[in-house]
Write a protein that binds this ligand. Structure first.
Ligand SMILES: NC(=O)c1ccc[n+]([C@@H]2O[C@H](COP(=O)([O-])OP(=O)(O)OC[C@H]3O[C@@H](n4cnc5c(N)ncnc54)[C@H](OP(=O)(O)O)[C@@H]3O)[C@@H](O)[C@H]2O)c1
Length: 311
């Protein structure tokens, strides 16, 4: 069987993405093949496509973008015991998610609750798992952290919305930065909103006379020095998006987590989404052949929310 997939053979702008027909990939040891129902667009997808994170003009072989995926298992590789053909699952793909089919390690998938739509399910993995990992690094993992004040820079984004909600649920007082447009959204998540940009540190001090204990830079837009100044120590801040700033200031940069932990976090987040305890960003859907537009809309902040491809 063949199926459609988005791929790029050279690095560059959205124009390097092409929709092509390929032979369905066979799942290897520990993998399953999914019939993809929804695949989310994340900033990492267009960063990798641009070549900014690689050497040379082209990847060694054609690349299919995307990680976050929701779909139906349609083939099972050797050694997979906990998933079967027909299972509806969510998680992270291996070798790309922007297609009608995708491969994934079984241990990178969890079951999709029936109450959660395909597009919402696909929108959750990276945001929820990254937020949980960063909070744990900040000493704000599961448990009661009443009395702690946290700043989330980029509180309206794909990672920020989960960081705010996880922290609020643990008793943390959260101050979240966002554009003017998203101040009410951040407030609705349980945080005190503050507009980002020039003067943000003063605005944060105004709403946090008690001081700031921890800071999470999800945006990577240059606020890290201010965040360190607000908390008083680089040990009390974490970034997922400012690698150079982290090196310079001695702040922890985190990327990628342990598969078992991520699967547990994702399953828990989906259960909370299913019963309404956890809000997800608004989802905007695109057909597969609009993958380049979806990536551009995300990169340039033209469309708010989580952008999801429906093959
Ligand atoms: N290291 C990792 O493991 C990891 C994992 C996931 C993501 N990331 C990275 O983290 C970043 C955010 O990812 P995401 O999925 O949350 O992106 P996203 O959904 O596109 O959200 C971006 C957020 O940044 C905010 N923002 C824009 N300009 C800002 C500024 N000058 N100051 C503060 N905030 C600003 C936006 O707010 P408005 O919409 O209100 O303008 C929005 O909340 C990306 O660079 C991504 O590559 C890293």
């Amino acid at each position: 069987m063949t199926s459609r997939v988005v791929q790029y053979r050279r690095f560059g702008g959205p124009e390097v993405l092409e929709v092509t027909e390929r032979e369905d990939p066979e799942p290897g040891e520990g993998q399953v093949r999914l019939r993809v129902r929804a695949a989310a667009v994340n900033p990492l997808d267009w960063k990798l496509r641009s070549g900014a994170m690689a050497r040379g003009d082209a990847p060694a072989e054609p690349k299919v973008p995307g990680f976050d995926v929701a779909g139906v298992v349609d083939a099972v590789g050797d050694g997979v015991v906990d998933l079967a053909v027909g299972d509806e699952v969510v998680g992270k793909a291996t070798g790309g998610a922007y297609g009608e089919t995708a491969l994934a390690a079984a241990k990178a998938l969890t079951r999709k609750p029936a109450e959660v739509s395909w597009e919402v399910a696909a929108s959750v993995p990276t945001g929820a798992t990254t937020a949980a990992r960063a909070l744990a690094l900040l000493g704000l993992g599961e448990g009661d952290h009443t009395g702690t004040t946290l700043v989330v820079d980029g509180a309206s984004g794909g990672v920020g919305v989960y960081a705010v909600q996880f922290a609020v649920a643990r008793g943390v007082t959260v101050i979240g930065t966002a554009s003017e447009t998203h101040q009410d959204d951040v407030r609705a998540l349980g945080a005190t909103p503050v507009v980002y940009g020039e003067g943000v540190a003063d605005r944060i001090r105004e709403v946090a006379p008690q001081g700031v204990d921890r800071a999470f830079d999800t945006s990577g837009k240059g606020a890290l020095r201010d965040l360190v100044a607000l908390t008083g120590s680089p040990d009390k801040a974490v970034t997922i998006a400012d690698y150079a700033g982290a090196q310079e200031l001695g702040v922890t940069f985190t990327s990628g987590g342990d598969a078992d932990t991520e699967r547990a976090v994702l399953a828990d987040a989906l259960a909370r989404v299913a019963d309404g305890r956890l809000r997800t960003p608004a989802v905007v859907t695109y057909p597969l052949d609009q993958a380049g537009k979806a990536q551009d809309d995300n990169q340039y902040g033209r469309v708010s929310g989580k952008l999801v491809l429906l093959p």
